[in-house]
Write a protein that binds this ligand. Sequence first.
Ligand code: NAD
Length: 477
Amino acid sequence: MSERRCAVIGGAARAAAGGWFTVVDPATEAVIAEVARCAAAEVDAAVDAATAASPRWRRRTAAERGRICRAMAEVLGAHRAELAELECRDTGKPLRQADADVTAAARYFEFYGAAIEALYGQTVMSDPDRVAFTVLNPHGVSAHIIPWNYPLQLAARTLAPALAAGNTCVLKPAEDAPLTPLRLGELAAQAGFPPGVVNVVPGLGTEAGAALAQHRGIGHLAFTGSVPVGRQVGAAAARNIVPSMLELGGKSPQIVFGDADLDRAVPTITASIIEHAGQNCSAGSRVLAHQDVHAELARRLAGRFAAVIIGPGHADPDLGPLISTRQRDRVLEYIDAGRREARLVTGGEPVPGPGFFVRPTLFDDVPPQARIAREEIFGPVLCVLPFRSAAEAVSLANGTGYGLSAGIWTADAGLAFAVAGELRAGHVFINGYSAAAGVELPFGGYGQSGYGGEKGFAAFGEYTRTTTIAVGRPAQL
Ligand code: NAD
């Protein structure tokens, strides 16, 4: 049954002048909610509310802000079943993945709620006639634009460090999956965030998103999404000289050397492209297979792919649907291109019936110049490319323009470290691979995967600005 969901502005629910847009369950194609279609007027109101709340919020002690962030972790935990079910219905992902997203979201608030108390500036003692020290200030109002694949987790990933550091926030969730970020906005009051500190303005990218990115009242822009939109919002922020962070797409390689433990590698590689139907910025979507293991690896991957259980998220299968008709068509178009460019081993078909399902698809002997080897497909499609030497593997791994994550599978530690040092990727995993990888680990891309830093203590660098105060030695001393 469809319900109406309002924006959260200044601590109150607000409908939008532009009416409502619909959100569908990707497993059934049924409308599950009508959501306020915010645009410039509502974004103005949200930025005004965040601006009004800013002076008091930034003047709270770090301990107070931290306590409220940690209370938010508790509130999310207390609503775990509700949030997991909502995320599962809205995004289509299997229930246990949605549940893991709630845990991760709570963990962001817990981590930054604790870490903020250890955020200090520096003292610079280089000149005996001067004492200098740095003060870390919040930006003021920080704007957050997020995609539909991990709505709750990505909302928490950017909001938690920003709020802990003393920013007030305006969040624009994606139109395809806005429900858990809206719920997070509602629950913020329960945790103790004052009105106006957390605002959520759902709407279309070209309306609410564009209005927020261009807004002159924001002090920072955190964007997570695609390269083309990242380019637009980054340009909008630059026009206003607003610092921005772009977390964009990826085409992450998994390099499998001849001595790799395939019993460990194969399930992990499969899971990393099956998780949320491959709609994951860090999906390990390219397998670079040394010629010694290539045939065996492809055979084992094909066996795993054939055994994947497909179904609606609430049945907790291995593989749920894609997010929308548009996304399914895009993935099928790539698969068609792949049939012409490489060898289809398994999959390649949509699943008949309601819902946006596509079978897990494996291509082998994919030439490096093929579109499916270079472009982000964002679906359950894995490409295997053979290589002969470590140098060739590095060249292939770095050869797409993206640089988000990478995996290395080998028993040779020296080889693993040497290759890791050559990869242009924000995250390199050795004998393991995980999209989320833990709140504590700094994350961010190279090249077309974006710039700026999320996660870990380092994220505070993104959400603060530095003032250096230099004090001259008094003349009488
Ligand atoms: P998208 O770029 O289409 O949309 C992202 C957000 O931007 C949405 O909220 C959308 O409404 C908004 N938007 C769209 N047009 C806009 C405009 N003109 N101005 C302002 N905002 C606008 O991306 P998507 O399809 O929602 O998500 C998939 C992409 O996100 C993939 O490329 C994926 O790799 C990337 N992603 C990256 C990370 C990361 O951490 N690097 C994490 C998750 C997803």
